[in-house]
Design a protein around this ligand. Sequence first.
Ligand SMILES: NC(=O)C1=CN([C@@H]2O[C@H](COP(=O)(O)OP(=O)(O)OC[C@H]3O[C@@H](n4cnc5c(N)ncnc54)[C@H](O)[C@@H]3O)[C@@H](O)[C@H]2O)C=CC1
Ligand SMILES: O=C(O)[C@@H]1CCC=N1
Length: 267
Amino acid sequence: MKIVFYGSGNMASAIFTGLIESNTVKGEDIYLTNRSDIEELKRLNSTLNTQYSYDDVELLSNADFVFLAVKPHDFDSLVERIQPHHNAHNKFVSMMAGVPINQIKTKLQTSNPVARIMPNTNAHVQQSVTGISFSDNFEESDKQLLFDLLDAFGTSIEVEEDSLHDVTAITGSGPAFLYYMYEQYINAANQLGLSHEDTDIAVRKLIIGTARMLENSELSLDQLRENITSKGGTTKAGLDALAKHPIEAIFVDCLNEALNRSKELGK
Ligand SMILES: NC(=O)C1=CN([C@@H]2O[C@H](COP(=O)(O)OP(=O)(O)OC[C@H]3O[C@@H](n4cnc5c(N)ncnc54)[C@H](O)[C@@H]3O)[C@@H](O)[C@H]2O)C=CC1
Ligand SMILES: O=C(O)[C@@H]1CCC=N1
């Protein structure tokens, strides 16, 4: 199987690293290109054994899956490279937030199969949650091949294309929202007495341990929380302070803004 990535940035590299490190695809079967950073492509070649080229005819020839991994605002410059050279064998897999399948088909002037995925950077540790939607003409056997690729770097959920906006907000951008929250937690913790170094280590371990509990425990979130909350104790005092703030409303605002932006990006 020949897989091409147009774009070797944050999201693409998380995916192709996951594919190679899980032994799902050999580095030599993955072809990378980017706007102009050949040093980056050479570095990836020496660490992951991936191929690289700026020759679009060579890249697209016999390519089974062509990942579109550029920012939405760079799509037009990508179209200039791909449109003249794509062939009937190419199946496109776009990870561009917000850009609809029909727009991809129109700009590339293609009736080839197109899938849209919305992964997240947890693909680096094979834990991406990836939403996926397919054009009507995507063959079942090709869908299965693509699902197998997605499984190599996490779990996937097939959704209606419109729902990819929700996936983008909730899990595509989601790691950033959680990192931001953790940053605030660390900033607050730094105002207590521990050294900043100890606080950083302690909070990282706290986050990892809490995530492992979510993974391994059959208890609900609220039960897990209850199990820490002694009557009249410290946790109750802290939770009562939290409850005075509109935390749910803050996240409603955050997710709605991300969702609206996803819709705007496709226009
Ligand atoms: N970073 C994330 O967490 C996620 C990003 N995405 C989507 O993935 C896409 C890429 O995002 P990032 O990896 O974060 O961006 P990035 O800025 O890290 O990488 C963009 C890549 O596109 C390349 N590029 C730009 N114009 C090009 C052209 N004409 N031909 C070939 N390559 C070109 C750049 O050289 C770079 O390698 C975006 O559309 C974004 O919406 C989706 C889910 C999560
Ligand atoms: O910020 C963005 O637009 C992309 C899509 C999801 C995560 N990063």
